[in-house]
Design a protein around this ligand. Sequence first.
Ligand code: PEP
Ligand code: MN
Length: 348
Amino acid sequence: MAVATNGSPELLIVMATGATPDQTEHVLARLQEAGVDARVSRGRESTVIGAIGERELLATLPLEGYPGVEQVLPILKPYKLVSREVSPDPTVIEVDGRKIGDEYFGLIAGPCTVEYREQTLETARAVAAAGATWLRGGAFKPRTSPYTFQGLGEDALTILQEAREETGLPVVTELMDPRHVEAVLEAADVIQIGARNMQNFMLLAEVGRADKPVLLKRGPSASVEELLMAAEYVAREGNERIVLCERGIKTFERTTRYTLDLGSVAVLKHETHLPVIVDPSHAAGRRDLVLPLARAGAAVGADGIIVESHPNPEQALCDGPQQIPTAEFGEFAREVAQIAELLGKQIG
Ligand code: PEP
Ligand code: MN
């Protein structure tokens, strides 16, 4: 059978508003018989089938003639599985009942880096008390300088697990190296792919085969389309539980650490069904700007934020200037939640 091994959905089959479930099943059955992989999205307004296969194979099927089919369209965008065309309704990513996407605003918070047990537990308690959705914390750290603290590695994973046990918060941590995939998958509930690895295609494929959600950060020099193509690498392996994150890009501007590209959030919300969050901490690089950028992210329609907090930022081993003192985190969270609520979202 001429099944495309590297096929991507080439056609969108839009079912008529009044099409019956049987008619949709009929189309799916015909596609399956022909060896065409198909994915169905039953949206609020219409049912859409993405047909994955070689163009020639698809061309042999009289798709437009099947009962209930309204129209058949080519998918023009280079990203397919992550596009809104293929799945019109917003995706919600849920871990242990804690949700991000659509009406659920994700508050992902925690230390930049797991430094020691008490620092992490204290931060986890503070962000949990403030209503955080997931807990963040770096174990393997992508540092610009090889002479700076590189993270506690596997010891940090143990501390993060303890923090999850105590607070009940799902844990997000970064995977930098495919050799750590087993350890990170065992300890973490969500795997972070950091900005520097956004186009590490082997790593993307690796997490695409995992059965845990992925938090994929935009590379500082990557375009929106490149970010979506990176997400496509993950989705193509079967894992479509992806949260995208705008964390600032490199521009000529030096007053902030990176330039938070809020326009990209609006574009991403238009182009993809995946949740899109903002990282105001790494974008700002300084504490006093984290709240305004977080609020701006919420206002532009982001599905959440990922933000750093530390019991004593002055003593932090990494990113001290941008971390919010745990004592101030509750007030910070309240102020961001107010903006999210204006857009009809609640903290998930
Ligand atoms: C982080 O979130 O810990 C981090 C290192 O961020 P980024 O990959 O966006 O630089
Ligand atoms: Mn950091």
